[in-house]
Design a protein around this ligand. Structure first.
Ligand code: TNX
Length: 466
């Protein structure tokens, strides 16, 4: 076996060799030494991480001196998510400043072949925001599917799960303040199915499950458009006082909050306050996209009012789709870029932080090719290479890949559209700049076996020699 320092730039397009250690996302620095380790025990400075990853790795948890040691230490200069991993004659050691780094070191261990090769790894994420978004509004997916999303995302070192909880076709989060949102608005979905919703207890349990895996849940309540499910649930939210008809189609941009209705602002503030109270993470996504039925001046004033309420009353940072750049929010919000139109430029010019989700690369609901599976095509066909071969730019807060579910009905649909493209997005978010598709596609071929082992029904792109 070679004992070489493999930096991404050095690997270039050389073919993989036996003994190469294949990781996705690629670490910042990796060296492979001769020799192997077959560990049996694990000890950890953090009890919760130790218990969780001992189970993931199939190792016995011991109080100290394990074959694998997860150690916390200060002053490493690796940030809260970075870690070093050393496997030598004595055992395997992960060192990190925070529990998150220990967890990520352990996720790297999960990708090593059996027995583990001796390695020296130093690894720090490129971006703090590495997200996956699931639209549970167009078609509903419940706690089991969402836990699986957290498992698979965190295995790839993603750290945000954005839940698109409300839209024209359904309202998916139970609230005490406005119970008909789910009693009525939760009972529909695209195509006329039964829909469903997360109870408060289910949402809170998911938040905890995700937090244990260092995934922050980012709830989205889409306002002031995409609100038909709310308008169908409460007559007083409609200008004529008559509840809207439920909607089970796939159009966008036709519904709008009645900004002059007396009930609307209490509704908005009750909903956001209740969601915020169940959400320990620092962010609240308020949508703001495709509000075509709201006049521009009203839109700008409403988004400003929303931002102030979320920031000043709820103590959270507002995230909104790029259109919110048209509102005078200053730099005090996060814009999620999806089409790079005027709104995105305006958000950037105001100093907003940007999450990059360009539809032609990062929208997981786009088809790979015209023959394959569910999905849509409005942003173009997006094969595995298109999802990988782009760069968000050093100034981004990070990346996020949304799976919109107008045309997604089953776990098989989720798997096929999400994987392996989300692995590429995860690498974009984590690994150093200077990635090469021809090198990545070889690692992805190996990674496919891990997805198989996790029972993920991914798309076997002809661009990869699986
Ligand atoms: C645009 S992206 C939307 C969604 C759709 C999606 C389908 C965005 C902010 N709005 O409402 O589901 O396209 O690809």
């Amino acid at each position: 076996m070679r004992a070489v320092l493999i930096g991404l730039a050095i690997v270039g397009c050389a073919p993989l060799e036996t003994g190469d250690v294949v990781l996705i996302p690629a670490p910042s620095e990796l060296a492979v030494d001769p020799g192997f380790l077959a560990p049996e025990t694990l000890s950890a400075d953090d009890d919760a991480v130790g218990a969780l990853v001992a189970e993931q790795l199939g190792l016995a948890l011991v109080a100290g001196g394990g074959d694998v040691e997860l150690r916390l230490a200060g002053g490493l200069g690796l940030g809260r998510e970075g870690y070093t991993l050393t496997i030598d004659a004595k055992g395997a050691t992960v060192v990190a400043e925070e529990p998150a780094g220990l967890f990520y070191g352990a996720q790297t261990l999960r990708q090593l072949p059996d027995p583990w090769p001796r390695v020296r790894i130093t690894d720090v994420p490129r971006f703090p925001w590495r997200g996956y978004m699931l639209d549970v509004a167009r078609h509903f997916f419940g706690p089991e599917e969402l836990r699986r999303a957290v498992d698979l995302a965190s295995f790839h070192k993603l750290n945000r799960l954005h839940l698109h909880l409300t839209d024209d076709q359904g309202w998916r989060i139970e609230l005490e303040s406005w119970p008909d949102l789910t009693a009525i608005g939760g009972a529909t979905e695209v195509g006329g199915g039964a829909g469903g919703f997360l109870t408060r207890a289910e949402y809170e349990a998911l938040v905890d499950y995700a937090a244990a895996r260092f995934v922050t849940i980012v709830p989205e309540i889409d306002l002031p458009g995409h609100v038909n499910a709310a308008l169908a649930s409460y007559p007083e939210l409609n200008e004529d006082g008559v509840a809207a008809e439920p909607y089970t189609g796939t159009s966008v941009g036709f519904s709008a909050l009645c900004l002059s209705c007396e009930a609307t602002w209490p509704f908005v503030t009750d909903v956001l306050a209740e969601v915020a109270a169940m959400t320990p993470g620092g962010w609240l996504h308020v949508g703001g996209d495709e509000a075509y039925e709201t006049p521009p001046e009203d839109y700008a004033a409403f988004m400003l009012q929303l931002r102030d309420f979320v920031r000043d009353d709820l103590g959270k940072t507002v995230i909104a789709w790029e259109e919110a750049g048209a509102a005078p929010l200053g730099g005090d919000f996060v814009a999620q870029v999806w089409r790079d139109e005027a709104g995105a430029d305006a958000a950037r010019a105001q100093g907003a932080a940007l999450i990059q989700s360009p539809a032609e690369h990062a929208y997981l609901d786009m088809k790979y090719d015209l023959e394959t599976g569910p999905g849509t095509v409005w942003a173009g066909l997006t094969d595995v290479r298109d999802a990988y071969d782009w760069d968000p730019g050093d100034d981004a807060l990070g990346v996020e890949a949304p799976l919109w579910t107008e045309f997604v009905e089953t776990r098989a649909d989720i798997d096929l559209l999400t994987w392996p493209r989300l692995a590429g997005i995860a690498e974009i978010g984590w690994s150093p700049a200077g990635r090469e598709w021809d090198e990545y596609r070889q690692r992805l071929a190996v990674h496919g076996q891990r997805l198989d082992a996790l029972d993920v029904g991914y798309y076997r792109s002809p661009l990869v020699d699986w």
